[in-house]
Design a binder for this molecule. Sequence first.
Ligand SMILES: *[C@@H]1O[C@H](CO)[C@@H](O)[C@H](O)[C@H]1NC(C)=O
Length: 219
Amino acid sequence: MLWTLWFGLLAALLSRTVTAQANAIYRDPDTGLVFSSNYVLYKVNQGITYRVAIPAGVQTYTAYDAVIQAVIPNDVGWAGIAWAGSMPRNPLTVAWRNSQNQPVLSSRWAGGHITPQAYNNAQYTLFKTGTKSNGTHWQYTALCKGCTSWTTDTGASRYLSPRGGNRMAFAYSPNRPSSPNSPTSSIPIHDVHGYWQHDFSGAANQDFDAIVQRLASGV
Ligand SMILES: *[C@@H]1O[C@H](CO)[C@@H](O)[C@H](O)[C@H]1NC(C)=O
């Protein structure tokens, strides 16, 4: 009885908070990029904000760059994104903080529900602008080359839609990796995972290339 009540309440809280924030358009004052933004809960009333920005005018079924921005509560040890909405066989973006409290981005790939390995077909450039922390949150902003398309085991190409919704997933653990200064550190297994539908049509930026060039040069 108590369990039923508890789960009912949890479901109500989760669904309400998630839908209230779904695919908000966020104009980032720091970077100048427009992001499509989703707030995903990993515990009751506490979530991670994931934002995606892409170039305008991208053709469907092509590879394109993306900027990812995440706002993460300080109690998160590592937080990961699966670009195709589940853990196996798609680019994984795993993030944590090193011993200097700076974000580390680790590119991974999992052949199944097993420990993900390093993945060289996605590369990240962490931007100084849009990467910061305070008493409650840490935030990273990074370019990813190779997150929106990949090759399956059978050699087929997969592409995320630049115009519509893409199912993405997250995973979270309260524990940091054992060697936080190394992007290839082993990572403790996740506690919670979930997925959402990320609308990329609201993420298009006309001046994406110019802004990314400025951000990459550290200005
Ligand atoms: C702390 O930083 C996060 C991430 O940048 C931001 O969203 C939040 O508003 C900040 N909180 C305060 C109190 O400044």
